[in-house]
Design a protein around this ligand. Structure first.
Ligand SMILES: *Cc1c(COP(=O)(O)O)cnc(C)c1O
Length: 364
């Protein structure tokens, strides 16, 4: 039995005909960029999130970048986020020209520690980017309160959390803007790179539309300097097909997580905790143990792939040396990075496979 960390092929085969037709339709229409497929998907995804506007982008990274620029955030500003995230969150901040300020995570939720945000706010702070890490929404109410107090914007990094909920409200609708990635391995994945920004603010949505397409509304008038950050029609057509299945896939991921929770209970393994305010969508099922290397080695010998999200915290990455952080600055993130690893959790995984993996983990 070979079990990959993600199995994109299994999902494709389950909806092959619909996907193939959607791609063929785009090719036959020969409308590849900024056409009706993207407009359709933007409407559908905005509605899904419970917001008024959605603007498709070329990736989750460019969605975050445009979310910042769309609010006018850049040089001389500072933005708060966590060091335990994929590097794109921080890259987007630096690409906007703003400074990155990290705040450690909470040891139970693995998302931003709301108790530590306020002391990181200064006169340059303009925004907070909470990351709904592994698919668990951050504790948004306290974040919104702090944002209100200091007049900050809140941009959700929901790249791992499509369909997640905070107190029964969908992610993406909780802050000023929500950013999603449709990287193939995400809970809603395209067949290439794609992303989206969602918001209720019409002006911000218009800004982002300008920025993603060379600053223009009409062909030859460039109102501002922009970017080529568009989502293409083939990806939009694929995502429209796949969005219909997202609820079903989310339920399967959650069910798989609950099976792991049961099979691993009573062992020394620390399983993920679904916080009382959250509906966790388990993009990643991360467990924590002091015996990470031995267990991963054993799983590997049995053809089971695992991952680590993330082995090197951002403040200790060579690329962020210039921020002058040092080991010890974010102890929760650092401790977790040495003990955490991720098990296969994709929707098509079977109970038998989950049991097999769990037994290898708990039987020494
Ligand atoms: C994947 C991811 C991104 C970036 O998305 P891309 O589509 O790969 O550019 C940003 N933030 C987080 C937390 C992610 O997991």
């Amino acid at each position: 039995m070979q079990i990959p960390l993600v199995d994109l092929k299994a999902q494709y085969l389950s909806i092959k005909e619909e996907i193939d037709n959607a791609i063929k339709e785009v090719i036959e229409s020969s409308s590849f960029i900024l056409g009706e497929k993207l407009e359709k998907f933007e409407r559908e995804f905005a509605e899904f999130c419970g917001v008024r506007f959605a603007v498709g982008t070329s990736s989750g990274t460019t969605a975050l970048h445009l979310a910042l620029l769309g609010l006018g955030i850049g040089k001389n500003d500072e933005v708060i986020t966590v060091p335990n995230t994929f590097i794109a969150t921080a890259e987007a901040i630096s690409h906007s020209g703003a400074g990155v300020r990290f705040v450690d995570i909470n040891e139970r939720s693995y998302t931003i520690d709301v108790e530590k945000i306020e002391s990181a706010v200064n006169e340059r702070t303009r925004a907070i980017i909470p990351v709904h890490l592994y698919g668990q929404p951050a504790d948004m109410n306290p974040i919104s309160e702090i944002a209100g107090k200091y007049n900050l914007k809140v941009i959700e990094d929901a790249a791992q959390a499509h369909n997640g909920e905070y107190k029964n409200r969908r992610v993406g609708s909780l802050g000023d803007e929500g950013c999603f990635s449709f990287f193939p391995g995400k809970n809603l994945g395209a067949y290439g790179d794609a992303g989206i920004v969602v918001t209720n603010d019409e002006d911000v949505a218009e800004n982002i539309k300008l920025l993603r397409n060379h600053g223009r509304k009409e062909k030859n008038t460039h109102i501002i300097e922009g970017y080529n950050y568009r989502m293409d029609e083939i990806q939009a057509a694929i995502l429209s097909v796949k969005l219909k299945y997202l609820n079903d896939w989310t339920n399967k991921r959650r069910n798989n997580a609950h099976l792991y929770n049961d099979f691993l209970s009573g062992s020394e393994i620390i399983i993920p905790e679904e916080m009382s305010y959250a509906k966790h969508v388990y993009h990643i099922y991360a467990i924590r143990t002091k015996n990470r290397n031995e267990i991963r080695e054993k799983l590997k010998k049995n053809n089971i792939s695992t991952g680590i999200h993330y082995p090197v915290p951002l403040h200790l990455q060579p690329s962020y040396k210039y921020l002058n952080y040092k080991r010890g600055d974010f102890p929760i993130t650092e401790n977790i990075s040495e003990e955490i690893f991720s098990l296969p959790i994709y929707p098509e995984l079977t109970e038998k496979q989950i049991k097999f993996i769990s037994e290898l983990i708990i039987n020494p």
